[in-house]
Design a protein around this ligand. Sequence first.
Ligand code: GLN
Length: 230
Amino acid sequence: MQSKKPTVGVMALQGAVREHIRSLEDCGARGVLVKYPSELSLCDGLVIPGGESTTIGRLMSDYGFVEEIRRLAEEGMPVYGTCAGLILMAKRIAGEERTLLGLMDVTVRRNAYGRQVDSFETDLLVKDIEQEGRPFRAVFIRAPWIEEVGPGVRVLAVHRERVVAARQGNLLATAFHPELTPDRRIHGLFLRMVTGRGLSSGGKPLTGGLEEGSPVEGEEEKVKGLWKKK
Ligand code: GLN
């Protein structure tokens, strides 16, 4: 097993960037700001932060990120989207024609909790993180929720019957903001996906959803090898 620190990029166009960098570094990764598509090839994984999805989406298109992220994600690069990042990763947005990356087989609803409940915090049980039985303090800020998930998507957390955290192979998404609290268990899960230890999708990065149970032995390197050029 190699011990080199994984490098995880955080899209630094707008939104909660620094907090993700700090969270990733707390988990033992090297967190780097990504401002240009050419920097993506230096990254072992990518975080798309919360913020304003329309703004981040427009900037991502203008800077030429979309095709490159799609290509790398399809090759198996782990991508984690929080809040606006989830919206940008979704294949479908309820009530809207357009999507951006169209990676994750989910339907999201933007600003789903409405104006009355702009922001709130709640304790959630999140699957696949360390100590699953210990609630995770989740901060929601003008958050989306996930209305539908495709067959390859594993639901990791539910709040009031709505999916608020999910995983599909090398893709992870939360409607809430774990970077705003000191609990590092969700970033820890993403780091395990990056280092390959958390993957059990049978070597099919985008379509392979996680099954209940333990990782398939021998698949880790296979999945990593699918996108690692280094
Ligand atoms: N409501 C925002 C949007 O639609 C997302 C908010 C967030 O990322 N905290 O982009």
